[in-house]
Design a protein around this ligand. Structure first.
Ligand code: NAP
Length: 250
C-alpha cells in the first residue's frame, strides 16, 4: 500500500525538495507550513496525491485542530518528517534577544513535540511507522553565537534517541539527519532578511542543496524493514565541521 508521509515545513528548502522527490516516488503527501499561498502553489506543482494543512507548529491548539481535520483516508500517517525549524541571529548569549530565543525553542523543540505527540498514538496502535527528525551539525557541535540554536538541535537528538528506545516494542523507527551548510531560506531567516549576509555564508564554496538532503531522507525511509538508519551526518564537500570551510576566494 502507498505510504502516507507528513512533512512539516514543506513550503521551502529541504521540506519542499523532499516533497518533490517523494511525490516522484509515489508517496501520498500531507504538506504543511504557515504560508498558505506556498501550499497552494505546491498543490499545483506536484502531481500525485497531495493534502495540505496550514498551521503553525508552535501553537499546540492549531496543530491539534489541523491534524483532527484530516479526512479519514489521510489519517493513517506512516512517516512523519519533523522538518520545520529555524535559527535566528548569530548573537552571543549576553546580547541575545529573548523573543528570538523563544521562537527557536518553540519551533525546533516544542513544535516537533506537539506534532509527534498527536501522530504517535495511531502509529503505536498499528505497530508501524517512521519518524525522521531534522537535526543539524549544530546538534553535534557548538559555535559562538549558536548557543540557543545548537541547544535546540542537541535537544532534537536527545528526544530522538529516547523515542527510538520507547518505540522499539511498537516497530516504529526513529531517524535523525544532521546536515551541514544547506543553501535554502535558512540563512535569510537567520540574518533576519538580510540577503547579503545570508549569501556570505556560502561565499567561495559550493554548499549542500536542499535536494541533496531530500535524497538522504528518501534513502532513510526507503530502507527495508530490517534496517533503521539512526542518523546521517552530511556535510558540504568544502566543509569539515560546523566552523571549518575551505573557501576559494575570488
Ligand atoms: P527554510 O528554507 O527556511 O525552511 C524552513 C521551513 O520551516 C519552511 O517551510 C517554514 O514554513 C517552516 N516553518 C518555520 N517556522 C514554522 C512554524 N512556526 N510553523 C510551521 N512551519 C514553520 O530552511 P531549511 O534549511 O529547509 O530548514 C529545514 C530544517 O533543516 C530546519 O529544521 C533546519 O534547522 C534544518 N537544517 C538546516 C540547515 C541549513 O543549512 N539550511 C542545516 C542543518 C539543519 P513557513 O514559513 O511557511 O511556516
Amino acid at each position: 500500500m502507498t505510504k502516507i508521509v507528513l512533512i512539516t515545513g514543506a513550503t521551502s528548502g529541504i521540506g519542499k525538495a523532499t516533497a518533490l522527490l517523494l511525490a516522484k516516488n509515489g508517496y501520498r503527501l500531507i504538506l504543511t507550513g504557515r504560508r498558505k499561498e506556498r501550499l497552494e502553489e505546491l498543490k499545483k506543482e506536484i502531481s500525485g496525491e497531495i493534502c495540505t494543512l496550514c498551521f503553525d507548529v508552535t501553537k499546540s491548539v492549531e496543530v491539534e485542530n489541523a491534524l483532527k481535520s484530516l479526512p479519514s483516508e489521510w489519517k493513517n500517517i506512516d512517516v512523519l518528517i519533523n522538518n520545520a525549524g529555524k535559527a535566528i541571529g548569530i548573537d552571543e548569549l549576553a546580547s541575545g534577544d529573548i523573543t528570538e530565543w523563544g521562537k527557536m525553542i518553540d519551533t525546533n523543540i516544542k513544535g516537533l513535540l506537539y506534532v509527534t505527540r498527536l501522530i504517535l498514538p495511531g502509529m503505536k496502535e498499528r505497530k508501524s511507522g517512521h519518524i525522521i527528525n531534522l537535526s543539524s551539525i549544530a546538534g553535534k557541535e557548538t559555535y559562538p553565537g549558536g548557543s540557543i540554536y545548537c541547544a535546540t538541535k542537541h535537544a532534537v537528538n536527545a528526544i530522538s534517541d529516547s523515542m527510538r528506545v520507547e518505540l522499539l516494542p511498537y516497530s516504529i523507527k526513529v531517524s535523525t539527519i544532521s546536515p551541514g551548510a544547506v543553501e535554502t531560506e535558512f540563512s535569510v531567516v537567520r540574518f533576519r532578511g538580510d540577503r547579503k549576509k545570508a549569501d556570505n555564508v556560502y561565499r567561495g564554496l559550493t554548499p549542500l542543496y536542499a535536494k541533496d538532503i531530500a535524497e538522504c531522507i528518501y534513502f532513510i525511509i526507503s530502507r527495508p524493514e530490517n534496517v533503521t538508519i539512526a542518523d546521517i551526518k552530511v556535510l558540504a564537500g568544502a566543509q569539515a565541521s560546523a566552523r571549518d570551510f575551505y573557501r576559494k576566494e575570488k
